[in-house]
Ligand binder design. Structure first.
Ligand code: ASP
Length: 601
């Protein structure tokens, strides 16, 4: 490459084999050390870092320029790669064998003093990081996450392409899609008082594409859900969305498996050789107390109700008499002191248990537990056998309504069993979800969107609380990565399902009449899925929250500290939209001026 280029090599790519070659580098000053006369700087670009030696006596630039170099100045350096002198090799740096001896240095752009150091050694407040995300991403943590994200998306696209999927974009200004969250709305100027919704997912469009004869569709789709914040949620997120016609569950799961394998291979350089474990929703609940089991460790929940069928212990017999359950887990050799065990009891109570019975198996099969004296020898022996316990194991037992028992033990299982390491990856498919989640008061709420096919329509109509749907989830290390289903492909069935879901036929006609009509033009059977890309990459990167993986994320309260969104707009703009902000809201602005208002004045 000729010298006319602003750079001829990437700083992070230089190695011993480049020794002797002339290079032009461009990047940022990461660190500088003055060693009387000679100055060493770390020159960083997107590829990494290399040490540059600036010797004013060799006139790479005027002394004034060199001594004036500050952190994050953007510079161009021409120089020669040479092996580092003995004793100065840095084994921690990929380019640590070499340095670049500069023959010229030009400052391309100076930098103000930074709001926080970029050295990676300092903990920086997240709000500050987000306010200066463009500086934050010069740090290796964010930079590497961005690269991993790009790699994951590329891997996904490659698989989709190889499998013959067509990438189709769907609109983001749409009529509402019911995924169960609140819509983000966009007012229309041309039709005042009317609103677009941002898609909660491209669900109905992908189904229309199937009706339209596109047999395999995919998209890296932005989705928007106005939900309350949690660490693994953002109002705006990205999914790998796909759908296949003449497909059922099996084709979808196999496609997900191909995607998962490729992404893991590309990001982690790990081959997933075993097929992804499959279990039904009922099995997941029974064994792990959750629909997103972390199966990096087994520790299944065991039903002890039979053991205590005739027990004299009132706490257990009362619950069993009320058709509740007694279940337990073997937490293994936890070696907890009394305070640690008490801690588990309060954790169990925090998630809804009335209490928690702990037992520690001691030498010669004797059991230490506050309730041991209320239980018979035979019962104690049975517990040990059902929970397959050995000396030193701590057993945790809960007696309550079955739903509570499973929830509590599902939670404790994660507390006592969770591996610290993110190295291990345990994918699972959970299939045969119920159509409805049943709340404590017996009320039903749909577990998936209403376009999901029920396994059997009669059960759905007659005993909806027990009905199963053709819906499935992908789980990784105890986190739901995505969900999908076989869809309803018949208009009458769709109308019936709306009805059971509590959507009246007028309402359905008003909101989805166009879709019910579309279903009447020879709709192929179809099925699909969507994988949350932010979550998948965050787990593969071992990041605790998805904000680390999103290039420009929002805070927990949905704000962007960098651009100041959401922000107020001029009344003129609101006027064009026919919108008047309520006087109460305006009054609340007066008492707390926001950033936007401050910069306007
Ligand atoms: N639209 C669903 C979602 O976003 C995924 C699907 O059913 O394909 O969760």
């Amino acid at each position: 490459m000729g010298r006319h280029l602003m750079k001829t090599a990437d700083a992070g790519s230089l190695s011993a084999t480049d020794a002797g070659s002339d290079v032009t580098l461009a990047g940022w000053i990461g660190r500088r050390r003055d060693h009387g006369g000679v100055i060493f700087v770390d020159l960083r670009d997107a590829s990494g870092v290399v040490q540059v030696v600036l010797n004013p006596e060799e006139e790479p630039a005027s002394e004034e320029v060199l001594h004036g170099l500050r952190l994050e100045y953007c510079v161009q350096v021409v120089g020669t790669v040479r092996p580092r002198p003995e004793g100065t090799v840095n084994p921690d740096l990929p380019t640590g064998m070499v340095e670049v001896s500069a023959s010229s240095l030009i400052v391309l752009s100076e930098s103000d003093v930074l709001p926080f150091p970029l050295d990676g050694r300092t903990d920086i407040d997240e709000a500050k990081r987000l306010e200066y995300r463009y500086l934050d991403m010069r740090r290796s943590r964010v930079a590497e996450n961005l690269r991993a994200r790009s790699m994951a998306i590329r891997a996904m696209r490659n698989v989709m392409d190889e499998q013959g999927f067509l990438e189709v974009e769907t609109p983001t200004l749409i009529a509402s899609t019911p995924e169960g969250a609140r819509d983000m709305l966009v007012p229309s100027r041309l039709r005042q008082g009317h609103f677009y919704a941002l898609p909660q997912s491209p669900q109905l469009f992908k189904q229309l594409l199937m009706i339209g004869g596109v047999e395999r569709y995919y998209q890296v789709a932005k989705c928007y859900r106005d939900e309350d914040f949690r660490s693994d949620r953002q109002i705006e997120f990205t999914q790998l969305d796909f759908e296949g016609a003449f497909w059922g569950q099996e084709e979808v799961l196999q496609t997900i498996e191909l995607v998962a394998r490729r992404v893991v291979k590309d990001l982690r350089d790990v081959e997933l050789n075993e097929p992804i474990v499959r279990m039904t929703h009922a099995e997941a609940m029974r064994n792990y107390g959750t629909d997103k089991p972390d199966i990096r460790f087994d520790m299944r929940i065991a039903d002890l109700s039979e053991v205590f069928a005739a027990t004299e212990f009132k706490a257990f017999s009362g619950v069993l008499g009320d058709s509740g359950s007694v279940m337990g887990i073997n937490g293994g050799p936890l070696g907890l002191a009394r305070s640690g065990l008490d801690g588990l009891v309060s954790q169990a109570q925090d998630v809804g248990a009335k209490g928690l019975v702990w037992m520690v198996v001691e030498e010669e099969g004797s059991i230490r537990s506050p309730v041991a004296k209320f239980l018979s020898e035979a019962e104690l022996r049975e517990i040990v056998s059902v929970l397959d316990a050995s000396v030193g194991d701590t057993l945790l037992i809960v007696a309550d309504r079955t739903k509570t028992v499973l929830e509590v033990l599902g939670h404790l299982r994660l507390v006592v069993g969770k591996p610290d390491s993110h190295d291990e990856l345990a994918f699972a498919f959970v299939v045969d979800f119920p159509v409805f989640d049943v709340a404590d008061d017996g009320s039903l709420s749909p577990a998936h969107h209403p376009f999901t096919a029920p396994a059997d329509i009669d059960t759905l109509i007659n005993t909806p609380e027990t009905a199963i749907s053709k819906a499935y989830d992908l789980v990784l290390n105890g986190t739901e990565l995505g969900s999908g289903s076989v869809r309803i492909h018949n208009s009458d069935m769709q109308a019936k399902v709306f009805e059971v879901m509590g959507i009246s036929s007028e309402d359905a006609e008003g909101r989805f009449g166009w879709f019910l009509e579309a279903l009447r033009y020879g709709t192929p059977p179809h099925a699909g899925f969507a994988i949350g890309i932010d979550r998948m990459v965050s787990i593969l990167r071992g990041e605790p929250n998805i904000r680390e993986i999103i290039p420009f994320p929002k805070t927990q309260s949905g704000a962007d500290p960098l651009t100041g969104s959401p922000s107020r707009v001029e009344s003129l703009q609101l006027g064009e939209l026919g919108i008047l902000v309520s006087p109460d809201v305006v009054a609340s602005w007066d008492s707390e001026p926001d950033q936007e208002a401050a910069s306007e004045s």
